[in-house]
Design a protein around this ligand. Structure first.
Ligand code: NDP
Length: 463
Protein backbone atom coordinates (compact mmCIF):
# COMPACT_ATOMS: atom_id res chain seq x y z
CA UNK A 1 0.00 0.00 0.00
CA UNK A 2 1.46 3.35 -1.00
CA UNK A 3 1.73 5.78 1.90
CA UNK A 4 0.96 8.94 -0.02
CA UNK A 5 -2.16 9.94 -1.91
CA UNK A 6 -1.52 9.91 -5.64
CA UNK A 7 -4.60 12.00 -6.51
CA UNK A 8 -4.73 15.68 -5.68
CA UNK A 9 -7.37 16.18 -2.94
CA UNK A 10 -8.31 19.30 -0.95
CA UNK A 11 -6.25 17.88 1.92
CA UNK A 12 -3.16 17.21 -0.14
CA UNK A 13 -3.11 20.62 -1.83
CA UNK A 14 -3.63 22.29 1.55
CA UNK A 15 -0.68 20.46 3.18
CA UNK A 16 1.52 21.26 0.15
CA UNK A 17 0.75 24.93 0.63
CA UNK A 18 1.50 24.77 4.35
CA UNK A 19 4.76 22.93 3.69
CA UNK A 20 5.93 25.49 1.11
CA UNK A 21 5.09 28.28 3.55
CA UNK A 22 6.90 26.51 6.40
CA UNK A 23 10.05 26.03 4.32
CA UNK A 24 10.07 29.67 3.18
CA UNK A 25 9.42 30.95 6.70
CA UNK A 26 12.08 28.82 8.42
CA UNK A 27 15.11 29.18 6.13
CA UNK A 28 18.19 27.09 6.88
CA UNK A 29 16.40 24.48 8.99
CA UNK A 30 16.49 21.36 6.76
CA UNK A 31 15.82 18.86 9.57
CA UNK A 32 12.72 20.80 10.63
CA UNK A 33 11.48 20.85 7.02
CA UNK A 34 12.06 17.10 6.76
CA UNK A 35 10.17 16.26 9.95
CA UNK A 36 7.28 18.50 8.91
CA UNK A 37 7.13 17.05 5.39
CA UNK A 38 6.89 13.48 6.68
CA UNK A 39 4.05 14.37 9.03
CA UNK A 40 2.17 16.51 6.50
CA UNK A 41 2.14 13.74 3.90
CA UNK A 42 0.23 11.59 6.41
CA UNK A 43 -2.07 14.43 7.47
CA UNK A 44 -3.47 15.07 3.98
CA UNK A 45 -5.79 12.15 4.74
CA UNK A 46 -7.05 13.92 7.89
CA UNK A 47 -7.70 17.29 6.26
CA UNK A 48 -9.82 15.62 3.59
CA UNK A 49 -12.14 14.44 6.34
CA UNK A 50 -11.90 17.25 8.89
CA UNK A 51 -11.95 20.69 7.19
CA UNK A 52 -12.70 22.39 10.54
CA UNK A 53 -9.03 21.95 11.51
CA UNK A 54 -8.12 23.96 8.44
CA UNK A 55 -10.45 26.80 9.31
CA UNK A 56 -9.04 26.96 12.84
CA UNK A 57 -5.49 26.91 11.39
CA UNK A 58 -4.49 24.17 13.80
CA UNK A 59 -1.58 23.05 11.64
CA UNK A 60 -0.16 26.54 11.15
CA UNK A 61 -0.32 27.04 14.91
CA UNK A 62 1.35 23.68 15.63
CA UNK A 63 4.25 24.57 13.32
CA UNK A 64 4.97 27.81 15.19
CA UNK A 65 6.64 27.14 18.58
CA UNK A 66 4.74 28.71 21.49
CA UNK A 67 8.08 30.10 22.66
CA UNK A 68 11.76 29.83 21.67
CA UNK A 69 14.42 30.73 24.22
CA UNK A 70 18.04 31.23 23.09
CA UNK A 71 20.79 32.26 25.44
CA UNK A 72 24.52 32.62 25.99
CA UNK A 73 26.23 29.98 28.14
CA UNK A 74 29.61 31.25 29.37
CA UNK A 75 31.83 28.86 31.36
CA UNK A 76 35.45 28.39 32.33
CA UNK A 77 37.52 25.39 31.16
CA UNK A 78 40.20 23.60 33.22
CA UNK A 79 42.92 25.85 31.74
CA UNK A 80 41.11 28.92 33.10
CA UNK A 81 40.04 30.02 29.61
CA UNK A 82 36.61 31.55 29.04
CA UNK A 83 34.33 29.51 26.73
CA UNK A 84 31.03 30.50 25.18
CA UNK A 85 28.28 28.17 23.95
CA UNK A 86 24.71 28.69 22.84
CA UNK A 87 21.76 27.37 24.85
CA UNK A 88 18.22 26.71 23.61
CA UNK A 89 14.79 25.66 24.80
CA UNK A 90 11.94 25.25 22.34
CA UNK A 91 8.55 25.28 24.09
CA UNK A 92 6.60 23.87 21.18
CA UNK A 93 3.07 22.99 22.32
CA UNK A 94 1.33 22.84 25.69
CA UNK A 95 -2.18 21.77 24.59
CA UNK A 96 -1.87 18.42 26.42
CA UNK A 97 0.24 19.38 29.44
CA UNK A 98 3.49 21.02 30.54
CA UNK A 99 6.23 21.10 27.88
CA UNK A 100 8.22 17.89 28.09
CA UNK A 101 11.25 16.73 26.14
CA UNK A 102 14.98 16.19 26.39
CA UNK A 103 18.10 18.34 26.35
CA UNK A 104 20.78 17.50 23.77
CA UNK A 105 24.44 18.48 24.22
CA UNK A 106 26.25 17.88 20.93
CA UNK A 107 28.44 20.03 18.69
CA UNK A 108 25.88 19.75 15.86
CA UNK A 109 23.00 21.28 17.86
CA UNK A 110 21.28 24.26 16.24
CA UNK A 111 17.83 25.83 16.14
CA UNK A 112 16.56 23.75 13.20
CA UNK A 113 17.57 20.42 14.75
CA UNK A 114 15.89 21.30 18.04
CA UNK A 115 12.73 22.45 16.26
CA UNK A 116 12.52 19.13 14.39
CA UNK A 117 12.94 17.29 17.69
CA UNK A 118 10.38 19.50 19.48
CA UNK A 119 7.81 19.03 16.71
CA UNK A 120 8.23 15.23 16.76
CA UNK A 121 8.04 15.36 20.56
CA UNK A 122 4.59 16.96 20.52
CA UNK A 123 3.12 14.08 18.49
CA UNK A 124 5.10 11.45 20.41
CA UNK A 125 3.96 12.71 23.79
CA UNK A 126 0.40 12.69 22.53
CA UNK A 127 0.79 8.99 21.64
CA UNK A 128 1.99 8.00 25.12
CA UNK A 129 -1.56 8.13 26.57
CA UNK A 130 -0.21 10.51 29.28
CA UNK A 131 -0.80 14.27 29.49
CA UNK A 132 2.36 16.02 28.34
CA UNK A 133 3.00 18.87 25.94
CA UNK A 134 6.15 18.92 23.81
CA UNK A 135 9.48 20.73 23.98
CA UNK A 136 13.19 20.20 23.36
CA UNK A 137 16.39 22.01 24.17
CA UNK A 138 20.12 21.77 24.50
CA UNK A 139 23.41 23.30 23.49
CA UNK A 140 26.18 23.07 20.92
CA UNK A 141 28.49 22.20 23.85
CA UNK A 142 30.53 19.10 22.96
CA UNK A 143 30.97 16.89 26.05
CA UNK A 144 33.60 14.70 24.34
CA UNK A 145 36.96 14.96 26.07
CA UNK A 146 35.68 17.34 28.77
CA UNK A 147 36.50 16.66 32.42
CA UNK A 148 33.74 16.09 35.01
CA UNK A 149 34.47 19.54 36.41
CA UNK A 150 34.11 21.20 33.02
CA UNK A 151 30.80 19.39 32.44
CA UNK A 152 29.63 20.53 35.89
CA UNK A 153 30.55 24.18 35.31
CA UNK A 154 28.86 24.11 31.93
CA UNK A 155 25.67 22.54 33.35
CA UNK A 156 25.56 25.09 36.16
CA UNK A 157 25.86 28.01 33.75
CA UNK A 158 23.28 26.50 31.39
CA UNK A 159 20.78 26.01 34.23
CA UNK A 160 21.37 29.49 35.64
CA UNK A 161 19.53 30.85 32.60
CA UNK A 162 17.19 27.92 31.90
CA UNK A 163 15.86 27.92 35.48
CA UNK A 164 13.87 31.12 34.79
CA UNK A 165 11.81 29.34 32.15
CA UNK A 166 11.06 25.85 33.51
CA UNK A 167 9.21 24.34 36.46
CA UNK A 168 7.33 21.16 37.44
CA UNK A 169 4.03 22.51 36.02
CA UNK A 170 5.54 24.54 33.16
CA UNK A 171 8.36 22.70 31.41
CA UNK A 172 10.14 19.52 32.54
CA UNK A 173 13.35 18.71 30.59
CA UNK A 174 15.06 15.29 30.48
CA UNK A 175 18.16 13.78 28.82
CA UNK A 176 18.98 13.09 25.18
CA UNK A 177 22.28 12.76 23.27
CA UNK A 178 25.12 13.86 25.57
CA UNK A 179 22.84 14.31 28.58
CA UNK A 180 22.66 11.31 30.91
CA UNK A 181 22.55 10.76 34.67
CA UNK A 182 25.69 12.82 35.36
CA UNK A 183 24.43 15.91 33.54
CA UNK A 184 20.89 15.67 34.97
CA UNK A 185 22.48 15.59 38.44
CA UNK A 186 24.46 18.78 37.91
CA UNK A 187 21.47 20.52 36.29
CA UNK A 188 19.13 19.50 39.11
CA UNK A 189 21.60 20.60 41.78
CA UNK A 190 21.89 24.06 40.28
CA UNK A 191 18.10 24.45 39.84
CA UNK A 192 17.53 23.45 43.46
CA UNK A 193 20.14 25.92 44.66
CA UNK A 194 18.80 28.82 42.63
CA UNK A 195 15.14 28.23 43.45
CA UNK A 196 15.51 26.84 46.98
CA UNK A 197 13.05 24.18 45.96
CA UNK A 198 13.31 20.38 45.74
CA UNK A 199 10.92 19.53 42.97
CA UNK A 200 10.42 17.26 39.96
CA UNK A 201 11.68 19.81 37.46
CA UNK A 202 13.80 17.31 35.51
CA UNK A 203 13.35 13.62 34.77
CA UNK A 204 16.04 10.97 34.57
CA UNK A 205 17.06 11.85 38.12
CA UNK A 206 19.15 9.55 40.36
CA UNK A 207 17.21 6.86 42.20
CA UNK A 208 17.81 8.22 45.68
CA UNK A 209 16.78 11.79 44.80
CA UNK A 210 13.48 11.43 42.95
CA UNK A 211 14.36 9.32 39.93
CA UNK A 212 12.27 6.42 38.68
CA UNK A 213 13.38 2.84 38.31
CA UNK A 214 13.43 1.81 34.60
CA UNK A 215 13.81 5.41 33.31
CA UNK A 216 17.36 4.76 32.07
CA UNK A 217 16.20 1.52 30.42
CA UNK A 218 12.90 2.84 29.08
CA UNK A 219 13.68 4.08 25.56
CA UNK A 220 15.60 0.95 24.52
CA UNK A 221 13.20 -1.45 26.25
CA UNK A 222 10.26 0.35 24.67
CA UNK A 223 11.72 0.14 21.14
CA UNK A 224 12.08 -3.62 21.59
CA UNK A 225 8.57 -4.00 23.06
CA UNK A 226 7.24 -2.16 20.01
CA UNK A 227 9.15 -4.47 17.64
CA UNK A 228 7.76 -7.49 19.51
CA UNK A 229 4.22 -6.17 19.00
CA UNK A 230 4.87 -5.68 15.28
CA UNK A 231 6.22 -9.20 14.69
CA UNK A 232 3.32 -10.61 16.73
CA UNK A 233 0.96 -9.30 14.02
CA UNK A 234 2.63 -11.89 11.78
CA UNK A 235 2.51 -14.62 14.41
CA UNK A 236 6.25 -14.36 15.14
CA UNK A 237 8.52 -13.50 18.09
CA UNK A 238 11.96 -11.86 18.22
CA UNK A 239 13.61 -15.05 19.53
CA UNK A 240 16.54 -16.16 17.40
CA UNK A 241 16.44 -13.10 15.12
CA UNK A 242 19.72 -11.29 14.35
CA UNK A 243 19.46 -7.56 15.11
CA UNK A 244 21.60 -4.68 13.87
CA UNK A 245 21.87 -1.97 16.54
CA UNK A 246 23.52 1.39 15.85
CA UNK A 247 24.82 3.76 18.51
CA UNK A 248 26.30 2.67 21.82
CA UNK A 249 24.73 5.18 24.19
CA UNK A 250 21.72 4.99 26.48
CA UNK A 251 19.20 3.82 23.88
CA UNK A 252 21.49 1.28 22.19
CA UNK A 253 22.63 -0.26 25.49
CA UNK A 254 19.14 -1.00 26.81
CA UNK A 255 17.89 -2.09 23.39
CA UNK A 256 20.57 -4.78 23.52
CA UNK A 257 19.63 -5.73 27.10
CA UNK A 258 15.94 -6.22 26.23
CA UNK A 259 16.81 -8.10 23.02
CA UNK A 260 18.78 -10.54 25.17
CA UNK A 261 15.81 -10.91 27.58
CA UNK A 262 13.71 -11.94 24.56
CA UNK A 263 16.37 -14.37 23.18
CA UNK A 264 17.13 -12.28 20.12
CA UNK A 265 20.70 -11.84 18.86
CA UNK A 266 22.14 -8.29 18.78
CA UNK A 267 25.20 -8.25 16.50
CA UNK A 268 26.46 -4.66 16.35
CA UNK A 269 27.11 -1.30 18.03
CA UNK A 270 28.56 1.94 16.65
CA UNK A 271 29.72 5.44 17.48
CA UNK A 272 30.51 8.40 15.24
CA UNK A 273 33.90 6.90 14.32
CA UNK A 274 32.95 3.35 13.30
CA UNK A 275 31.08 0.15 14.10
CA UNK A 276 31.57 -3.29 15.64
CA UNK A 277 30.20 -6.44 14.01
CA UNK A 278 30.08 -9.39 16.40
CA UNK A 279 28.64 -12.21 14.34
CA UNK A 280 28.44 -14.59 17.30
CA UNK A 281 26.20 -12.10 19.10
CA UNK A 282 26.66 -9.58 21.93
CA UNK A 283 25.94 -11.56 25.13
CA UNK A 284 25.44 -10.30 28.72
CA UNK A 285 29.13 -10.47 29.51
CA UNK A 286 29.97 -8.33 26.48
CA UNK A 287 27.12 -5.94 27.27
CA UNK A 288 28.61 -5.45 30.74
CA UNK A 289 31.85 -4.41 29.02
CA UNK A 290 29.93 -1.90 26.86
CA UNK A 291 28.24 -0.36 29.95
CA UNK A 292 31.65 0.15 31.60
CA UNK A 293 33.31 1.36 28.40
CA UNK A 294 30.66 3.97 27.55
CA UNK A 295 29.27 5.06 30.92
CA UNK A 296 32.35 4.94 33.16
CA UNK A 297 35.49 5.10 31.03
CA UNK A 298 33.70 7.10 28.30
CA UNK A 299 35.80 5.35 25.63
CA UNK A 300 35.19 4.44 21.98
CA UNK A 301 33.56 1.27 20.57
CA UNK A 302 36.80 0.33 18.78
CA UNK A 303 38.06 -1.09 22.10
CA UNK A 304 35.40 -3.81 21.96
CA UNK A 305 37.26 -5.49 19.08
CA UNK A 306 40.58 -5.32 20.99
CA UNK A 307 38.85 -7.13 23.85
CA UNK A 308 36.65 -9.76 22.20
CA UNK A 309 38.13 -12.07 19.56
CA UNK A 310 35.95 -12.57 16.49
CA UNK A 311 34.47 -9.07 16.68
CA UNK A 312 35.40 -6.83 13.75
CA UNK A 313 35.79 -3.03 13.91
CA UNK A 314 35.20 -1.00 10.74
CA UNK A 315 35.99 2.73 10.84
CA UNK A 316 33.56 4.95 8.94
CA UNK A 317 34.78 6.26 5.62
CA UNK A 318 33.39 9.72 4.90
CA UNK A 319 33.96 9.18 1.17
CA UNK A 320 31.38 6.36 1.04
CA UNK A 321 27.83 7.29 0.03
CA UNK A 322 26.42 4.72 2.45
CA UNK A 323 27.06 3.20 5.88
CA UNK A 324 28.27 -0.44 5.70
CA UNK A 325 26.68 -1.11 9.09
CA UNK A 326 23.33 -1.37 7.29
CA UNK A 327 24.61 -4.13 4.97
CA UNK A 328 25.07 -6.67 7.78
CA UNK A 329 23.04 -9.88 7.58
CA UNK A 330 20.02 -9.66 9.93
CA UNK A 331 16.25 -9.76 10.25
CA UNK A 332 15.80 -6.66 12.44
CA UNK A 333 17.37 -3.22 12.76
CA UNK A 334 17.28 -0.81 15.70
CA UNK A 335 18.79 2.53 14.62
CA UNK A 336 19.71 4.16 17.95
CA UNK A 337 22.35 6.82 17.23
CA UNK A 338 21.07 9.97 15.54
CA UNK A 339 19.04 11.63 12.77
CA UNK A 340 19.50 10.69 9.10
CA UNK A 341 21.78 7.74 9.75
CA UNK A 342 19.92 5.66 7.11
CA UNK A 343 19.78 7.07 3.56
CA UNK A 344 18.18 5.53 0.46
CA UNK A 345 21.25 3.40 -0.36
CA UNK A 346 21.35 2.13 3.22
CA UNK A 347 17.63 1.32 3.01
CA UNK A 348 18.19 -0.70 -0.16
CA UNK A 349 21.06 -2.55 1.52
CA UNK A 350 18.92 -3.34 4.56
CA UNK A 351 16.13 -4.72 2.38
CA UNK A 352 18.65 -6.70 0.30
CA UNK A 353 20.20 -8.38 3.33
CA UNK A 354 16.80 -9.52 4.55
CA UNK A 355 15.86 -6.97 7.23
CA UNK A 356 12.06 -6.74 7.54
CA UNK A 357 11.61 -5.36 11.08
CA UNK A 358 12.82 -1.81 11.86
CA UNK A 359 12.13 -0.08 15.16
CA UNK A 360 13.61 3.39 15.52
CA UNK A 361 15.16 4.12 18.91
CA UNK A 362 16.68 7.33 17.53
CA UNK A 363 14.66 10.33 16.38
CA UNK A 364 14.24 10.55 12.58
CA UNK A 365 17.19 8.23 11.79
CA UNK A 366 15.76 7.59 8.31
CA UNK A 367 15.72 10.08 5.41
CA UNK A 368 12.43 10.71 3.57
CA UNK A 369 13.36 8.70 0.46
CA UNK A 370 14.52 5.80 2.64
CA UNK A 371 11.21 5.83 4.55
CA UNK A 372 9.37 5.56 1.21
CA UNK A 373 11.43 2.48 0.29
CA UNK A 374 10.50 0.79 3.59
CA UNK A 375 6.81 1.59 3.19
CA UNK A 376 6.72 0.45 -0.43
CA UNK A 377 8.45 -2.81 0.56
CA UNK A 378 5.66 -3.47 3.07
CA UNK A 379 8.05 -4.34 5.92
CA UNK A 380 7.31 -3.78 9.62
CA UNK A 381 8.65 -0.25 9.98
CA UNK A 382 8.08 1.77 13.19
CA UNK A 383 8.98 5.48 13.12
CA UNK A 384 10.78 6.92 16.13
CA UNK A 385 7.89 8.98 17.41
CA UNK A 386 6.05 5.72 18.15
CA UNK A 387 8.88 3.24 18.78
CA UNK A 388 10.99 5.41 21.10
CA UNK A 389 8.11 6.96 23.06
CA UNK A 390 8.84 4.66 26.01
CA UNK A 391 11.51 7.07 27.24
CA UNK A 392 9.27 10.08 27.61
CA UNK A 393 6.39 7.89 28.80
CA UNK A 394 8.53 6.70 31.69
CA UNK A 395 9.54 10.30 32.34
CA UNK A 396 5.80 10.89 32.69
CA UNK A 397 5.69 8.05 35.21
CA UNK A 398 8.60 9.68 37.07
CA UNK A 399 6.58 12.93 37.27
CA UNK A 400 3.59 11.02 38.67
CA UNK A 401 5.72 9.38 41.34
CA UNK A 402 7.26 12.77 42.24
CA UNK A 403 3.79 14.33 42.60
CA UNK A 404 2.70 11.52 44.91
CA UNK A 405 6.06 11.53 46.71
CA UNK A 406 6.40 7.78 46.35
CA UNK A 407 8.26 5.31 44.18
CA UNK A 408 7.00 2.26 42.40
CA UNK A 409 8.94 -1.01 42.11
CA UNK A 410 10.90 -1.97 39.03
CA UNK A 411 8.20 -4.49 38.09
CA UNK A 412 5.43 -1.89 38.45
CA UNK A 413 7.16 0.68 36.22
CA UNK A 414 8.22 -1.92 33.66
CA UNK A 415 4.67 -3.26 33.44
CA UNK A 416 3.29 0.25 32.89
CA UNK A 417 5.94 0.90 30.22
CA UNK A 418 5.10 -2.39 28.49
CA UNK A 419 1.36 -1.63 28.59
CA UNK A 420 1.96 1.87 27.18
CA UNK A 421 4.04 0.48 24.28
CA UNK A 422 1.29 -2.03 23.50
CA UNK A 423 -1.29 0.77 23.58
CA UNK A 424 0.82 2.95 21.26
CA UNK A 425 1.23 0.04 18.86
CA UNK A 426 -2.50 -0.61 18.85
CA UNK A 427 -3.40 3.02 18.36
CA UNK A 428 -0.95 3.36 15.42
CA UNK A 429 -2.15 0.13 13.80
CA UNK A 430 -5.87 0.95 14.27
CA UNK A 431 -5.47 4.53 13.02
CA UNK A 432 -3.51 3.39 9.94
CA UNK A 433 -6.38 1.01 9.12
CA UNK A 434 -9.09 3.61 9.83
CA UNK A 435 -7.43 5.96 7.32
CA UNK A 436 -7.17 3.32 4.62
CA UNK A 437 -3.46 2.43 4.92
CA UNK A 438 -3.28 -0.76 7.03
CA UNK A 439 0.25 -1.67 8.20
CA UNK A 440 1.53 1.89 7.66
CA UNK A 441 2.83 2.83 11.13
CA UNK A 442 4.06 6.19 9.80
CA UNK A 443 0.53 7.31 8.95
CA UNK A 444 -0.79 5.68 12.12
CA UNK A 445 1.65 7.50 14.41
CA UNK A 446 1.39 10.88 12.70
CA UNK A 447 -2.39 10.88 12.52
CA UNK A 448 -3.11 9.44 15.99
CA UNK A 449 -0.59 11.82 17.56
CA UNK A 450 -1.99 14.81 15.67
CA UNK A 451 -5.70 14.18 16.38
CA UNK A 452 -5.36 14.28 20.15
CA UNK A 453 -3.40 17.55 20.10
CA UNK A 454 -5.67 19.10 17.45
CA UNK A 455 -8.84 18.30 19.42
CA UNK A 456 -7.34 19.77 22.60
CA UNK A 457 -6.41 22.93 20.69
CA UNK A 458 -9.93 23.19 19.26
CA UNK A 459 -11.35 22.94 22.81
CA UNK A 460 -8.95 25.56 24.20
CA UNK A 461 -9.72 28.31 21.70
CA UNK A 462 -7.42 30.55 19.68
CA UNK A 463 -4.34 30.67 21.93
P1 NDP B 1 23.76 9.01 23.93
O1 NDP B 1 24.49 10.29 23.98
O2 NDP B 1 23.68 8.15 25.11
O3 NDP B 1 24.36 8.12 22.75
C1 NDP B 1 24.38 8.59 21.43
C2 NDP B 1 25.04 7.56 20.55
O4 NDP B 1 24.89 7.91 19.19
C3 NDP B 1 26.55 7.47 20.78
O5 NDP B 1 26.96 6.17 20.49
C4 NDP B 1 27.07 8.48 19.75
O6 NDP B 1 28.39 8.22 19.35
C5 NDP B 1 26.14 8.25 18.61
N1 NDP B 1 26.01 9.50 17.85
C6 NDP B 1 25.56 10.70 18.31
N2 NDP B 1 25.61 11.63 17.35
C7 NDP B 1 26.11 11.02 16.29
C8 NDP B 1 26.41 11.44 14.97
N3 NDP B 1 26.18 12.73 14.58
N4 NDP B 1 26.90 10.51 14.11
C9 NDP B 1 27.10 9.24 14.50
N5 NDP B 1 26.84 8.78 15.74
C10 NDP B 1 26.37 9.65 16.60
O7 NDP B 1 22.29 9.37 23.37
P2 NDP B 1 20.96 8.52 23.46
O8 NDP B 1 21.25 7.06 23.38
O9 NDP B 1 20.15 9.05 24.56
O10 NDP B 1 20.24 9.00 22.10
C11 NDP B 1 20.33 8.28 20.86
C12 NDP B 1 19.15 8.65 19.98
O11 NDP B 1 17.93 8.27 20.65
C13 NDP B 1 18.98 10.13 19.65
O12 NDP B 1 18.44 10.25 18.35
C14 NDP B 1 17.96 10.59 20.67
O13 NDP B 1 17.27 11.75 20.24
C15 NDP B 1 17.06 9.37 20.71
N6 NDP B 1 16.19 9.27 21.89
C16 NDP B 1 16.71 9.23 23.14
C17 NDP B 1 15.88 9.11 24.25
C18 NDP B 1 16.40 8.98 25.63
O14 NDP B 1 15.58 8.71 26.51
N7 NDP B 1 17.68 9.12 25.87
C19 NDP B 1 14.41 9.09 24.09
C20 NDP B 1 13.97 9.05 22.72
C21 NDP B 1 14.84 9.16 21.68
P3 NDP B 1 29.57 9.27 19.77
O15 NDP B 1 29.95 8.88 21.15
O16 NDP B 1 30.64 9.05 18.77
O17 NDP B 1 28.96 10.65 19.69
Amino acid sequence: MSHHATLETPGSSYVKEVLAHTVARNAGEPEFHQAVQEVLESLALVFDRRPEYRTARILERMLEPERVIMFRVPWQDDQGQAQVNRGFRIEMNSALGPYKGGLRFHASVNLGILKFLAFEQVLKNSLTTLTMGGGKGGSDFDPKGKSDNEVMRFCQSFMTELSRHIGPNTDVPAGDIGVGGREIGYLFGQYKRLRNEFTGVLTGKGLNWGGSLIRPEATGYGAVYFAAEMVATRGETLAGKACIVSGSGNVAQYTIEKLLDLDAKPVSISDSNGFIYDESGIDREKLKFIFKLKNERRGRVKEYADHFKGAVYTPFDSLLDHNPLWSLKAECAFPSATQNEINATDAQNLLKSGVYVISEGANMPTTLDAVKLFLDAGILYAPGKAANAGGVATSGLEMMQNSMRMSWTREEVDKRLHDIMKAIHKSCADTATAFGTPGNYVNGANIAGFLKVADAMMDQGLV
